[in-house]
Design a protein around this ligand. Structure first.
Ligand code: FES
Length: 342
């Protein structure tokens, strides 16, 4: 996508910033409390949303190297991501085909083979069963039928998206990200996530997943709840743009108003991609600036970290977990890593 769309969006936000306004809905829309507390509704959300639509599985940069893998769990489904020696990323149910043991403990690393901790069956990076301990005691086993169960997976703009439900139509790794992302990936590609480095990760426990997710859609709270970090003068207004169910919100604040003094051709990527980028149903991406000790002033954008928040429902409607991945456009020195972790 050309830079022109981002410029158009910035012009609109700048106009609101200059006028001190924000777009408003036609009327008040009330959301019933039961939408957040009803256990039957919560189960439907798991079954019809989290187990059907592509979900974020993590940043591509973590699995950039052939042979890298990551084991994780989403909505109760254990997942194993594996970047093969051929460079292709594959996703599997992280479960041994012998007696269903979890194959790899949650975490990431590099592996040529995945060996089950229960009876030591082993699988290669393509999920093929390649080793059976004391195989002669089993009689004939068709290993081609006992590989890991593939899951649909794909990558866009530096992010890995996958489905929790296996396909049975012969396209077992294929996922339709064009339909799911509605062109949004061509816009958030300008965040440059594909070229970044994973510099940190943390996990935050929270309430019902939609209560937690609402916090990423609501900029109204920023100068109040976050006054110690962003400051009390931070704008609480927002301009929204949507691509299908995905949306980006930007504050029409003094920084956007100041664009009027800069020729459009000089509006930076950082200015054009500011705001909070949410990806339905459970992702938020927001940038923030750190004080980089060895900052090169000729690269004004390189101190911005991206925080990718991956919101996951807990075991019931009352809880959630948010995994926050921190990406930087540079490989930090030990000193910079300490600043980031602070
Ligand atoms: S359950 Fe994995 S080898 Fe037996």
């Amino acid at each position: 996508m050309s830079r022109e769309l981002l410029v158009q969006l910035a012009r609109r936000t700048m106009a609101h910033a200059q006028a001190g306004t924000q777009p408003l809905a036609d009327g008040v829309r009330e959301v019933p409390v039961g939408n957040y507390t009803d256990p039957d509704r919560w189960q439907l959300e798991i079954d019809r949303i989290f187990k059907r639509v592509p979900l974020l599985l993590g940043p591509s940069c973590e699995l950039a190297e052939p042979g890298s893998y990551r084991a994780l769990e989403i909505a109760g489904v254990p997942i194993l991501l594996s970047r093969g020696a051929d460079g292709e990323l594959r996703s599997f149910v992280n479960m041994c085909s012998h007696r269903g043991a979890v194959l790899m403990e949650p975490g990431s690393g590099s592996a040529r083979r995945f060996t089950c901790p229960y009876h030591a069956w082993s699988y290669d990076q393509q999920g093929t069963l390649v080793g059976i301990l004391d195989r002669e005691d089993f009689g004939p086993v068709d290993t081609s039928c006992h590989g890991l169960t593939p899951l649909p997976v794909g990558e866009r703009a530096g992010l890995i998206f996958g489905s929790l439900t296996p396909r049975h139509d012969g396209q077992r790794h294929t996922i339709d990200l064009d339909a799911a992302l509605c062109g949004y990936d061509a816009v958030f590609e300008h965040l440059g996530l594909a070229d970044q480095h994973l510099v940190g990760r943390q996990q935050v426990d929270g309430p019902n997943w939609k209560v937690a997710y609402d916090g990423y859609l609501d900029l109204y709270h920023l100068p109040i709840l976050h006054k110690a970090t962003f400051g009390p003068d931070y704008s609480n207004k927002a301009v929204f743009d949507a691509w299908g169910p995905h949306q980006r919100s930007v504050q029409p604040d003094h920084r956007m108003a100041a664009l009027a003094d800069i020729p459009e051709a000089e509006w930076s990527q950082k200015q054009l991609t500011s705001g909070v980028w949410t990806i339905f149903p459970h992702v938020s991406i927001a940038g923030f600036v750190i004080d980089r000790p060895s900052h090169d002033s000729e690269q004004p954008g390189d101190t911005r970290l991206q925080m990718i928040s991956q919101l996951l429902p807990g075991p019931d409607q009352w809880s959630s977990v948010t995994v926050q991945h921190f990406l930087a456009p540079f490989e930090p020195t030990a000193e910079e890593q300490a600043v980031i972790e602070e």
